[in-house]
Design a protein around this ligand. Structure first.
Ligand SMILES: Cc1cc2nc3c(=O)[nH]c(=O)nc-3n(C[C@H](O)[C@H](O)[C@H](O)COP(=O)(O)O)c2cc1C
Length: 273
């Protein structure tokens, strides 16, 4: 596919910022016109990060059919103190209202996912959502029934659920926590950073969702369960060659945390000399 680098000569001021910021040295400044062009083999080296589009001060450059008009303008903010407060006051939510999140909010959350960073700018993430509350209810029922069956007959791997065994037997939904929605973030098994990309994506998802007033819950127990019951994976519509990365529950919550927690300090070290 041609990457279609275009520069509007009337707008380009020849500042060279696009060239300086190009991670793969794919573009260079034309010696006479001082506008950017592909360097030798540059098109093959380009890893499609679009930094050239993002940094151009005059919006002169377009690439891959994307021009400055289609980009979000960078505005100042959020205030660092507000962002820090969101990080400090983000909580794991284990109590949800039954009603689903409205479609406009779901769409906002899904659209945001296109902007999460991926190793080597791979961007082949896939997100399997459960949008519909009834679908979630059926999935939860089927999933918990099968998990319970495996736990009760001590199937290999089920011992991991030791501390939750009694609660599961008594019908306590310790996996989904009654959430009306969930998302399973997946990558192709051969993605350069397959282990970490889904986790980064869900970290962004969590903070954005909580800024929109929703509750979220990382769900390692779901990952353990799906390893025991891979027959449930096809319901998420993962493309061929993809593997599940991590799962997050989310939805409206009645909980209202009034303050941050006070975690122990992290271990830090500053290398000397
Ligand atoms: C990778 C990861 C997996 C987690 N898995 C679960 C889980 O399966 N079930 C659950 O109730 N909480 C899960 N949690 C939430 C943690 O238990 C939670 O972060 C901890 O209780 C502290 O609460 P806080 O997130 O409100 O600070 C997980 C958190 C992380 C980061």
């Amino acid at each position: 596919m041609s990457l279609d680098l275009h520069v509007d000569p009337d707008k380009c001021v020849g500042c060279g910022m696009c060239v300086a910021d190009c991670n793969t040295r794919a573009i260079e400044l034309d010696g006479s016109s001082r506008t950017p062009r592909w360097a030798e083999n540059g098109e093959a080296r380009c890893f499609r990060c679009q930094h050239c589009l993002a940094i151009c001060p005059t919006g002169a450059l377009s690439i891959m059919g994307r021009s400055a008009d289609g980009s979000a303008a960078r505005v100042r903010g959020p205030e660092p103190s507000e962002l820090l407060n969101l990080i400090k006051c983000r909580r794991s939510c284990r109590s949800y209202r039954r009603e689903g999140v409205d479609k406009a909010t779901l769409d906002k959350l899904k659209d945001m996912l296109a902007w999460v960073p991926t190793g080597v700018n791979d961007h082949r993430l896939f997100f399997g959502f459960i949008d519909d509350v009834e679908v979630m209810e059926k999935f939860r029922k089927d999933f918990l029934a099968r998990l319970l069956e495996l736990i009760q007959r001590n199937a290999p791997g089920a011992e991991r659920f030791g501390r939750y065994r009694e609660r599961l037997i008594h019908g306590d939904d310790v996996i989904f926590r009654g959430a009306p929605h969930m998302v399973l973030a997946c990558t192709p098994a051969d993605a350069p950073c397959a282990d970490i990309d889904p986790v980064i994506a869900l970290s962004y998802f969590e903070l954005y969702a909580q800024s929109l007033g929703l509750g979220t819950l990382w769900c390692g127990l779901f990952l353990w369960s799906i390893q025991l019951m891979p027959e449930f994976l096809p319901r998420f519509g993962m493309p061929e060659g993809y593997v599940p990365g991590y799962a997050m529950m989310f939805g409206n919550t009645g909980l209202n945390y009034r303050r941050s927690t006070q975690p122990p300090p992290v271990l830090l070290y500053s290398m000397q000399g």
